[in-house]
Design a protein around this ligand. Structure first.
Ligand SMILES: [Zn+2]
Length: 355
């Protein structure tokens, strides 16, 4: 079984910063990626649009040029969303959009995940003109949909969790107030979020990672496989099923690939664990596993991996192709971040990817 697919866009990836970026970008190119949405939670974060970097913040203009220099020139397109903070103003949005440098903005709940301590409450942007300006300019809002500051059962329990809470309490208000705002619900993990996206307007879509399609929290806990520790956390079987159903639906136009691939050279620390799964070099192979890719669902797989995302972002579908063959492979991964399958103790992948 061998399938030829158009090169695809990873519409949620962390390349971080500095010298290791070259390896991470190369790993993405090696897995048939023709473009990316590169996350702005660098150190310091990308909270300004243009001009020079400072010690407190980076600019999209500068980070884009860093990414290109590190090999990203080979991508058809790179989008760097602006990291929304309490200092983001409607004026920054309007001017940035006019220049064409600003194409998307990223909402992080304060202290939601790695390097996200600069985020502010969602309500602030609903009131201070930022979301209005984005809606007006047609910019895309990338949302990390988790409520911050919850504890115990409400943070992670049988009937509620941080994502569930966010999609029940914040998202309905957001889409009601800004009905034409283009929203990508990033790395959704729950049935609640999948249901929300399914019933929302066509302006509301979602990315899903390979790990959330393949695993549940039980996989993380049994043997404490900390390479599966990512945020939002893996959830339960009913959630995984809802994500799979959404992604593999024949009529799916709203759910697409965004790996949230996050390289950590030190995953387990002395007092905890860095959040994020590294899937550079291996993501299409894992998505193919999740879909149980075959002749019958090839079109649906193609929609999810290669077509729905660029369609929503207004990007051109690549004319170049790559192949996936149902044959075990041992991918060579550049750099020293440990890819997910290795972290889980697997030497081989079930699929072979060739460019
Ligand atoms: Zn992320």
């Amino acid at each position: 079984m061998k399938f030829t697919l158009p090169k695809w866009y990873d519409l949620h990836v962390h390349f971080r910063q500095g010298a290791p970026m070259e390896n991470y970008i190369q790993a993405h190119l090696d897995m048939g990626c023709c473009g990316v949405l590169a996350m702005p939670n660098t150190k310091p974060p990308v909270t300004h649009v243009s001009g020079k970097n400072t010690e407190q913040y980076w600019t999209i203009e500068n980070y884009l040029s860093d990414l290109k220099q590190a090999g990203g020139e080979a991508f058809d397109d790179i989008i760097v969303p602006l990291y929304l903070t309490g200092e983001t103003s409607a004026k920054m949005i309007t001017e940035g959009a006019k220049d064409g440098i600003l194409r998307a903005c990223k909402y992080y709940p304060p202290h939601g995940t790695t390097n996200s301590e600069h985020g502010a409450d969602l309500n602030i942007y609903m009131e201070n003109g930022v979301f209005s300006a984005m809606e007006e300019a047609g910019l895309i809002l990338n949302i990390h949909g988790e409520e911050h500051g919850l504890s115990g059962e409400t943070y992670f329990g049988e009937s509620s969790n941080a994502e569930d809470y966010f999609y029940k309490n914040h998202m309905p208000k957001l889409v009601k107030k800004f009905p034409s705002l283009k929203i990508v619900c990033e790395h959704i993990t729950t049935k609640t979020a999948a249901d929300f996206v399914n019933t929302a307007s066509d302006d509301v879509v979602a990315t899903i990672t390979p790990q959330h399609l393949l695993y549940t929290v039980a996989d993380l806990l049994q043997g404490l496989k900390y390479h599966l520790y990512c945020l939002p956390l893996l959830k339960f079987e009913k959630d995984r099923n809802a994500l799979l159903e959404a992604a593999t639906d024949k009529n799916n136009t709203k759910f697409f690939a965004g790996t949230d691939s996050a390289p950590h050279t030190t995953k387990a620390t002395e007092c905890g664990c860095a959040a994020g799964c590294y899937t550079g070099g291996i993501a299409p192979q894992l998505y193919a596993d999740a879909f149980n890719l075959n002749e019958d669902n090839l079109e649906t797989f193609k929609n999810f991996l290669c077509l729905n995302g660029p369609q929503f972002y207004g990007l051109d579908v690549s004319k170049e192709t790559f192949t996936l063959e149902k044959k075990p492979s041992t991918p060579v991964i550049a750099g020293n971040a440990i890819p997910l399958h290795t972290g889980l103790g697997h030497d081989e992948l079930n699929w072979t990817l060739n460019l």
